[in-house]
Design a protein around this ligand. Structure first.
Ligand SMILES: [Zn+2]
Ligand SMILES: [Zn+2]
Length: 468
């Protein structure tokens, strides 16, 4: 199975029919381009002991492309979320290809590789808007917006056809941190005669617009202004814009910012190193936090999904070394509960309330305090109208999301909607068609420090995506 000069193929090994572990292949003229190499986190098997239960790390089984390693032109990482970047340290040793990404994402990637002691990975840093030949693929990086800095879509040009691979995106005119999306280039994509758009479907079944990061300032500030004790805000550790918004509110309300949680501290460091949080004052070390008057403290903590190892969970169990929650404290969930985590989050909120904290969630807050990073129906329609692709391939979603995206695209007058799954071969050129189950699409689990194939009938193979 080798793509010829007339062929342009898309072959997802992960992330199509599920949210998580994105692993996409594009094939043309004897070579393959990999886009993203991510993880998924699955719940522990229901028969495991609760004390030992922890989430299992899964990723796409790359066997198909490992067998053709000499045909890999390169790997592109669109952005630094775990479901796009997380499997690079685990799978790169079998792939041995050059990796292309932008500065912030490259910073996060190099730290992950160093931590895993993987050496010799050629990470090439590309600028937003840059165009680069990677094997037979001429790739253009297009700046978009999402819930982490520097998300990019790609236009993949080949003599056989052109693809717009969206990556994860939303249309945020004021993303707080980083550049807005490149509206001018997005609008001009209609002139590029894009043959197929491979598109984020996460929120295709949500009406309206995802809202801007900048819209959350008012709601978050209102709660902080009214708070008399400590304020603890939990959000996804990678949401650097949310951190910036909270730091601004802390400054304006006379509070010191503390960061709790390794993933958040590392993301903030990566952002600062790339000039993305220049205006934000340095945070206070957590060992000093317990000594500050409560009304002068604003903590940002990981653990909005009830994760047992996260800082907020330890606070709720009074197992945090440097401080404890007291009556009068306020906890703000600047997040959304990801399906599957409801029970853990409800229990976490109950424990926080039992300690005397007032808890706000996106449901109980009077004004919006969370915005999704993925496009809702109006944004998808706008983008389809700008790009006007000949065909749409919905990805990054479960069945219902892919179907909703297909329906939207049809509504927008796009004739070819190729709704498929991992392992299906989407033929973009010479003729648009789909070859079902062309390749076995399995998954691997990290067990100890070994990768093992996952039995597709294992109930633990359900994904629990780590951000939305
Ligand atoms: Zn993402
Ligand atoms: Zn994603």
């Amino acid at each position: 199975m080798i793509p010829g000069k007339q062929d342009l193929w898309f072959l997802p090994l992960g992330g199509c029919g599920e949210i998580g572990m994105n692993f996409n292949l594009y094939g043309h003229d004897g070579q393959w381009l990999i886009i993203d190499c991510g993880l998924s986190f699955s719940e522990p098997p229901s028969d495991s002991q609760p004390r030992q239960a922890s989430r299992v790390v899964h990723m796409a089984d790359p066997a198909f492309i490992v067998e053709r390693r000499d045909q890999i032109a390169g790997m592109i990482i669109t952005h630094a979320h775990e479901d796009h970047i997380g499997a690079v340290p685990l799978l790169w040793p079998d792939l041995q290809c050059p990796v292309y990404t932008t500065a912030f994402t490259g910073h996060v990637l190099r730290r992950k590789l160093a931590e895993a002691k993987i050496e010799g990975v050629p990470v090439h840093v590309v600028d937003c808007g840059q165009r680069l030949d990677i094997g037979p693929f001429d790739v253009e990086w297009i700046g978009l917006t999402h819930s982490i800095p520097e998300p990019h879509g790609m236009v993949i040009n080949t003599p056989a056809g052109k693809i717009f691979h969206s990556g994860d995106w939303k249309l945020d005119d004021n993303p707080v941190v980083g550049n807005p999306y490149d509206k001018e280039r997005c609008r001009a994509l209609a002139n590029d005669a894009i043959d197929a758009m491979v598109c984020d479907s996460t929120n295709a079944n949500v009406p309206g617009h995802s809202g801007s990061e900048s819209d959350l300032y008012a709601g978050l500030k209102q709660i902080v202004e009214a708070a008399t004790g400590r304020v603890i805000v939990t959000c996804f550790g990678s949401n650097v814009a949310r951190v910036a918004t909270m730091a601004r509110i802390a400054d304006e309300t006379g509070r010191h910012v503390g960061l709790l949680g390794r993933s958040m501290i590392e993301m903030v460091n990566a952002a600062k190193a790339n000039g993305l949080l220049a205006d934000v004052s340095p945070s206070v070390d957590s060992e000093h936090l317990g000594y500050l008057p409560p009304e002068t403290v604003l903590l940002l903590a990981t653990g909005s999904q009830g994760d047992s190892a996260a800082a907020l969970n330890r606070l709720s169990n009074n197992r945090f070394r440097d401080m404890s929650i007291e009556p009068g404290d306020t906890v703000i969930f600047s997040s959304k509960v990801i399906p599957g985590n409801e029970t853990a989050v409800e229990a976490l909120i109950a424990r926080l309330e039992a300690l005397g904290a007032t808890v706000y969630t996106d449901v109980t807050s009077p004004l919006p305090i969370h915005a999704s990073g993925h496009p809702a129906a109006d944004e998808l329609r706008t983008m389809f109208d700008w790009v006007r692709p000949r065909a749409i391939i919905p990805v990054h979603g479960e069945s219902e999301h892919l179907q909703a995206n297909t329906d939207l695209a049809r509504d927008c007058g796009i004739d070819h909607c190729l709704n498929g799954r991992n392992g299906d071969l989407f033929i973009i050129a010479p003729e648009v068609s789909i070859k079902r189950d062309a390749v076995r699409a399995g998954r691997l689990a990290l067990v100890g420090n070994k990768l093992q194939p996952v039995n597709p009938n294992d109930s633990s193979a359900q994904t629990a995506p780590n951000n939305r």
